[in-house]
Design a binder for this molecule. Structure first.
Ligand code: FE2
Ligand code: FE2
Length: 247
């Protein structure tokens, strides 16, 4: 039994593909076939695979049908996190999705699921992504303060969600936690954040995140050990479509 994670499949079996990087970059060429083959060889039926958001370009559930089928057909138990591109997932109706895909997929938000004696807890998260203003040397000299204020509200909402999920797991007797976020835990301006503080407060062993694409973004947030917690970026293009083993 093993726990794996990867994020950002950005499937488009039905929806029109508009993302330039995904059309041009070699790493994205036939990535659905590559990933399916890697999973078939790696993942056993009793393993768990967490998909850390940005599953589909579809704008609604009807446009994601084939993408969800593709994910359902992967081996093992599949747990999905909400990414910023997952338009099919109404944040207030996670339970409806869990009902619809019962026995096939589990949607992780405002709830938790178990792996051995661990509680797997997750939410989309948020981090401020600018716009930033740069000087001629490329150093940050300012940023959009309105966007930053809006970001703070989104962080607060996501932190409330995460705390409620952690408290539900704790009330059920769980003391070991793995946290999953779609967004990186810190922005490029931060060394710590409400998310890293929450991970420390609850003694989470690992924080798994995705969303950062392309070499210029891979190291925007924390990698490796920090205050006893292991941080890992699992966006698919960063991992070359090889799910990373978490436990
Ligand atoms: Fe993404
Ligand atoms: Fe994303």
């Amino acid at each position: 039994m093993a726990l794996y994670a990867i994020g950002d499949l950005h499937l488009h079996f039905q929806a029109e593909l508009k993302a330039k990087a995904q059309i041009k970059d070699r790493v994205w060429k036939n990535h659905e076939q590559k990933f399916r083959k890697i999973c078939a060889e790696l993942i056993q039926p009793d393993d768990t695979l967490v998909l850390a958001g940005d599953h589909s370009w579809g704008r609604n559930l009807a446009e994601c049908e084939l993408d969800m089928q593709y994910i359902s057909d992967l081996p093992g138990r599949k747990i999905l996190l909400r990414g910023n591109h997952d338009m099919f997932w109404d944040a207030k109706k996670t339970e409806v999705l869990n009902e619809h895909f019962r026995g096939k997929l589990f949607f992780l938000q405002d709830n938790y699921c178990t792996y051995s004696d661990y509680a797997l807890v997750g939410t989309k998260g948020h981090c401020f992504e600018g716009p930033f203003y740069l000087n001629r040397r490329g150093q940050i000299i300012g940023w959009d303060v309105k966007n930053e204020a809006r970001s703070k509200k989104l962080v607060d909402r996501e932190i409330d969600r995460l705390r409620a999920s952690l408290e539900a797991a704790r009330a059920d007797g769980f003391r070991k936690y793995i946290l999953f976020l779609h967004y990186p835990p810190t922005s490029i301006l931060e060394d710590s954040s409400a998310f890293t503080r929450m991970a420390e407060e609850y003694g989470a062993e690992q924080v798994i995140y995705a969303h950062s694409h392309g070499e210029s973004r891979f190291y925007d947030s924390i990698h490796g050990e920090r205050n006893g917690i292991r941080y890992r970026l699992v966006s698919g293009d960063f991992l070359g479509w090889h799910p990373v083993r978490i436990l």
